[in-house]
Design a protein around this ligand. Structure first.
Ligand code: SF4
Length: 273
């Protein structure tokens, strides 16, 4: 069967966050059930992911806020077992509000040739540990970059509001045209949430919440033992080769021409639909 190479996959290891960003790309504040991935779950999941996928350029560990997962360092070591299949980098994304445990800094120091830490900067009120983290990373010569989400020079101009899930594109042609502008569609980007591989967190959220049906060839349940490996690979190839999916019909898309909103606006309490 054809080799499967992805540009990026994001593994969500914590369906919880200490912030409540209204426009969270992963909708974390809106989930009623919070969850945290254990290291043993990660081990099984990674074993299956790297059978389904032959290689990935960048493999990113994040959440929610990954530092709320007490086993996050163990999980990163398990990802590291597959570094031969991770072509460019193992990335780690945090909201810079929590301290890095010493073991995590040790991990990044020992694997600095393969890793990059990405620090979201939501400003002084939220990213309260940013300076301390930068100091620790620089002291250990660990590669990092900052995604600026505060001030006048916002990363990618700010965030996009994906919280409206109404049908937006009525025909396949319309949804294909919009999806061709979306970086998830064009960039072979994928996410893993609760063991399921999707094109994006919007697709995952919309299926989980019944906005769209679970459609074969639009997601891969990596942990479903009733589906043989070859079938999972075939389903992923269908995803890779389609211009758009059902979810794209309900979506503005992650594209340059979509209006931006101020990042990290905090919610009180409300629903998302
Ligand atoms: S258009 Fe929306 S649903 Fe479709 S891949 Fe892009 S972000 Fe996901």
């Amino acid at each position: 069967m054809e080799e499967i190479t992805l540009k990026r996959t994001v593994l969500n290891v914590a369906g919880i966050c200490n912030l409540k960003c209204r426009h969270c790309l992963a909708f974390i504040p809106y989930y009623k059930e919070k969850w945290i991935m254990s290291a043993s779950e990660a081990e099984k999941l990674l074993n299956m992911y790297f059978q389904v996928v032959d290689s990935v350029d960048t493999f990113t560990v994040t959440g929610g806020e990954p530092l709320l997962n007490p086993e996050v360092t163990d999980i990163l070591w398990k990802v590291c077992n597959y570094k031969d299949k991770i072509v460019k980098s193992m990335d780690f994304v945090t909201n810079s509000s929590l301290a890095f445990p010493a073991g995590l800094l040790d991990f990044f120091e020992q694997n600095r040739d393969h890793c990059k830490v990405i620090l979201s900067d939501y400003g002084k009120s939220y990213s309260v540990r940013l300076k301390d983290i930068i100091r620790d990373l620089e002291n250990r010569n660990i590669p990092y970059r900052i995604s600026e989400f505060d001030g006048d020079n916002l990363y990618y101009g700010g965030w996009i509001d994906f919280t409206n899930h109404d049908l937006k594109w009525k025909t396949i042609e319309e949804r294909d045209i919009n999806s061709k502008k979306c970086i998830h569609s064009t960039g072979k980007y994928f996410v893993i949430n609760e063991g399921c591989l999707h094109r994006c967190s919007r697709s995952y959220w919309r299926m989980k919440n019944g906005i769209i049906p679970y459609t074969k060839g639009e997601y891969v349940d990596l942990m479903d033992e009733s589906v043989p490996l070859e079938e999972k690979r075939k389903d992923l190839l269908v995803m890779l080769n389609s211009v758009s999916s059902t979810s794209c019909a309900y979506c503005v898309g992650l594209a340059n021409d979509v209006p931006r909103v101020k990042p990290a606006q905090q919610l009180q309490q409300e629903g998302c639909r």
